[in-house]
Design a protein around this ligand. Structure first.
Ligand code: ANZ
Ligand code: ZN
Length: 821
């Protein structure tokens, strides 16, 4: 018998799919559309098991939808700008462009060996001018509408990478990439005004019913809306100096015993001038300027501070409160100055204990609170003048009202979300299309001159500022407005800008008149199913949501949200750890594929864990998947000359089927029902188990007559079709061997027939003390305990027993249950 030979089969079908353009999508076709998208890869060189998993999940969903009659759009591309290409340039003296495009070539080949149903004609590569010119155009429109602006901003800066780092790129005060020291540096940078959309980004989450709750929670937290009061505290001994403080707990204002200020606060240096504490505070501020501004990091840090020598005045009781510079205050949240209430806030409590600051309770519950802790619950106010004895919820409002009436405070809503810094002082990114002119100021590049091309053959040394600063032919330009010599912006876009709209460009990848076609985009957006890693829960997914709203407001599209349904797949781990070079536990998909075939790699990726969970790599699991495919092969191959595949078993004369045939037919129908449901819910591992069970049942099925042959033909057809989204090459081959002449990839998903679901039941007599009282229907293999329970709970039995206790139950298998009462 012919052996299962994956490498021959897979090449053959990939070639045929490609030649017949099987996965080319006609976007203007009417009908049920389905846009299935996986987060596009960064072209690092080789694909890894995480990619295999991500793209197999996406491909399985896309193919399942195709077989269910949808017009599926399933594109792929490369997120091609970014730091690693520059690092390769520094380390190996390779041009970033060459490095990137070579990697893309290699990865395309690898992706093709996995048989994914991509519409390759619509591939996009973000580092090519035909992509980024549209990003430049969108940026210019944003700038003209005030959605993009330039401001001086202090940022985490890594001296050795010469680059600004986002907060999450600062790990333990060090650069995430090189481990180098991080410092604060202030210079002009470009920002997108994301904060203008904070409220909409939050409220539109109501539309994202099919996103994992975990991701929504993370975004909600990132946007961080809180309601509170802004209170003005005067600087003691000064007529015009004061600070606004944001608090969510105005009810605790009589408990303020210190105030803390961020050591990086711009007003701090000025107010401490010439006071005895000046030097100490300056030193403390300098130390604080090193390291992170990340809130998460600040929160875990040992609380430290120094007295500034300054007092502020509590606007409610005119008490003088000492001001401390403290390392836990975040400069870019609210105003960077905070009321310290040690009696009612844990962090303030620790700080007060450490620096011997008084602790004054102003809210008490009606039970005894434990000593030596901050009380953060609700209760009644004490020691709070006219507000004493109010419950603290009322007091929040009353105190805020009082402050408002006296012009010392106001109610406000505060967001944690910051504007998005999109400037990168890097070479390998899309140039920001701006000119600085001594006469005209900031000038945008006229649209007909786009794209601003990133120059080739730039010297990248890894020291100094942005490499583009050194390219005189790039920097020097005549002002588009006045024609005088001017300078170009040398910052490039954060690569998150490219990934914020690429899903739109797939819809019009070759357009040279617009970023994407509005009519098509309105029809295909939102993306029906988006699949990617949970590590993108916030930045990428939030920026893409933001961009959608911007594009809508600029008139490019009429939609609000980019992704309707989101699946975040888990990591691929081996020996309990994420696969990584440093751990030496990396499995090379290429080797796996050449040994067992792409179908085994795909099957294993789907079978070893549910998509959202981490997948623990196991060689046994891979071997098991391969064995299963061989089992199906060996089961079906002998039938290929004997049987005809059947779309359904409706041609059988049902009443003539033997009991065992009815049972098998029923099993096939049930399997279709369950697998369909599992596929719809992305429970691929369960679907595969069901197909394994079907294979086992099929192996034992005995074909005796014409009717049975129809049943077997239906079973074979259903089994092949249901395996197709997961192991498509295998299934195409088998389909062809059964003399089918169309692609199974485009066949209809099988239907089950409820009438052929056979409920195998026996009647069992229920007797009480030997007298027949009822009859129950149960499946012949129901456990004895369950039969006893059914009998004892029968309505008729209960009536006859009339409260009398049952002493014993005797079961005669499949015949009688006798209750002794
Ligand atoms: C006094 C107070 C008393 C506070 C109390 C809390 C409990 P959310 O809800 O996250 O918005 N805060 C304000 N600005 C801060 C900054 N820049 N860095 C660090 N902490 C800051 O948090 C609001 C609370 O966080 C504010 O309310 C303030 O402390 C603190 F029993 O004011 B609270
Ligand atoms: Zn000019």
């Amino acid at each position: 018998m012919e052996k299962y030979n994956p490498s021959a089969i897979e090449k053959k079908w990939q070639k045929r799919w490609n030649e017949s353009k099987l996965f080319k999508t006609h976007l203007d076709k009417l009908g049920k559309n389905q846009y299935v998208l996986e987060m596009f890869p960064y072209p690092s060189g080789k694909i890894h098991m995480g990619h295999v998993r991500n793209y197999t999940i996406g491909d399985t969903i896309a193919r399942f939808k195709m077989m269910n009659g949808y017009n599926v759009f399933h594109p792929i591309g490369f997120d091609a700008f970014g730091m690693p290409a520059e690092n390769a340039a520094i380390a190996h003296n390779i041009e970033p462009k060459k490095w990137t495009l070579d990697n893309i070539k290699q990865m395309e080949e690898e992706l093709k060996t996995l048989g994914f149903s991509y519409d390759w004609d619509r591939e996009i590569i973000t580092c090519l001018p035909e992509y980024y010119r549209w990003e430049q155009k969108i940026f210019i429109e944003m700038y003209k509408k005030g959605m993009a602006y330039r401001k001086k901003s202090s940022a985490n800066y890594c001296g050795s990478c010469h680059t600004v780092l986002a907060n999450e790129q600062v790990v333990d005060d060090k650069c995430w990439r090189c481990g180098g020291e991080v410092e604060k540096k202030s210079f002009y940078q470009w920002f997108f005004r994301v904060t203008d959309y904070a409220e909409e980004l939050l409220s539109d989450m109501d539309q994202l019913k099919e996103w994992p709750e975990k991701v929504l929670t993370m975004q909600r937290h990132w946007i961080g809306k809180s309601y509170g009061t802004m209170i003005n505290f005067k600087v003691a001994g000064s007529d015009n100096q004061s600070f606004d403080l944001f608090t969510t707990r105005p009810d605790t204002i009589y408990g303020v015993t210190f105030i803390s200020i961020s050591p990086l606060h711009p007003k701090l240096a000025e107010i401490i001038k010439n006071n005895p504490q000046e030097k100490v505070v300056k030193q403390f501020a300098e130390r604080s300027a090193m390291g992170t501004t990340s809130e998460a990091e600040l929160a875990t840090r040992e609380k430290e501070g120094v007295f500034t020598g300054i007092y502020l005045i509590n606007p409610l009781n005119n008490e003088q409160i000492p001001l401390y510079a403290a390392n836990f205050v975040v400069m870019d949240y609210a105003t960077g100055v905070v009321m310290g209430v040690p009696a009612h806030d844990k962090r303030d409590y620790d700080f007060a204990k450490k620096y011997d600051i008084p602790i004054k309770y102003v809210i008490l519950p009606d039970f005894d609170i434990p000593k030596d802790v901050a009380y953060t619950g609700s209760g009644k106010l004490v020691n709070s003048d006219r507000f004493s004895r109010m419950d603290n919820k009322t007091a929040k409002n009353e105190i805020t009202k009082f402050l408002e009436n006296n012009k010392k405070g106001r109610k406000i809503t505060q967001y944690r979300l910051r504007d998005w810094n999109i400037s990168r002082q890097r070479y390998w990114g899309a140039p920001i299309p701006i000119v600085y002119c001594d006469h005209c100021g900031i000038v945008t590049i006229p649209e007909k001159e786009l794209p601003v091309l990133l120059p080739d053959y730039v010297n990248i040394t890894g020291v100094g500022g942005s490499p583009l600063d050194e390219v005189k032919s790039f920097v020097k330009i005549y002002c588009p407005k006045c024609g005088m010599p001017a300078r170009r912006e040398t910052d490039t876009f954060d690569t998150f800008v490219e990934s914020s709209w690429y899903f739109l460009r797939y819809l019009s990848p070759k357009s040279d008149t617009e970023p994407f076609n509005k009519t098509i985009a309105n029809k295909w957006i939102s993306v029906d199913q988006y699949i990617g890693g949970i590590e993108h829960a916030v930045m990428h997914l939030l920026y893409a949501r933001y961009f959608m709203k911007v594009l809508r407001d600029l008139g490019f599209i009429d939609k609000d949200e980019p992704f309707k349904r989101l699946l975040t797949q888990g990591m691929v781990i081996k020996d309990g750890a994420k696969m990584s070079k440093s751990k030496g536990n990396v499995v090379d998909p290429g080797k796996l594929i050449s040994r067992f075939g792409a179908d085994t790699a795909r099957l294993f990726s789907l079978f070893a864990a549910p998509p959202e969970k981490d997948l623990d790599w196991s060689d046994d699991g891979v071997a098991g998947s391969y064995r299963f495919l061989n089992r199906v092969w060996n089961l079906l191959l002998p039938f290929t000359n004997e049987l005809h595949l059947q779309k359904s078993a409706d041609a059988v004369i049902y009443d003539e089927l033997s009991h065992s045939s009815k049972k098998f037919l029923s099993f096939v129908n049930r399997t279709i029902e369950k697998v369909t449901e599992n596929m719809e819910h992305h429970h691929f591992n369960t679907a595969i188990s069901k197909l394994m069970e079907l294979t086992n049942e099929f192996n034992q099925y005995e074909i005796k007559d014409k009717n049975d042959r129809i049943v077997a033909g239906f079973a074979a057809s259903a089994l092949i079709k249901m395996l197709t989204p997961m192991v498509p090459h295998f299934c195409e081959e088998m389909w062809e061997k059964f003399s089918e002449n169309k692609f199974v990839s485009k066949a209809d998903w099988p239907n089950y027939n409820e009438d052929q679901i056979f409920i195998d039941q026996v009647n069992i007599a229920v007797t009480i003390n030997g007298k027949l009282r009822d009859e129950i229907q149960v499946s012949p293999d129901l456990e004895e305990e369950k039969i006893k329970l059914l009998a004892a709970e029968s309505q008729k039995v209960l009536r006859f027993l009339n409260g009398k206790p049952i002493k014993r139950i005797i079961v005669v298998k499949n015949r009688v249950v006798n209750l002794v009462a």
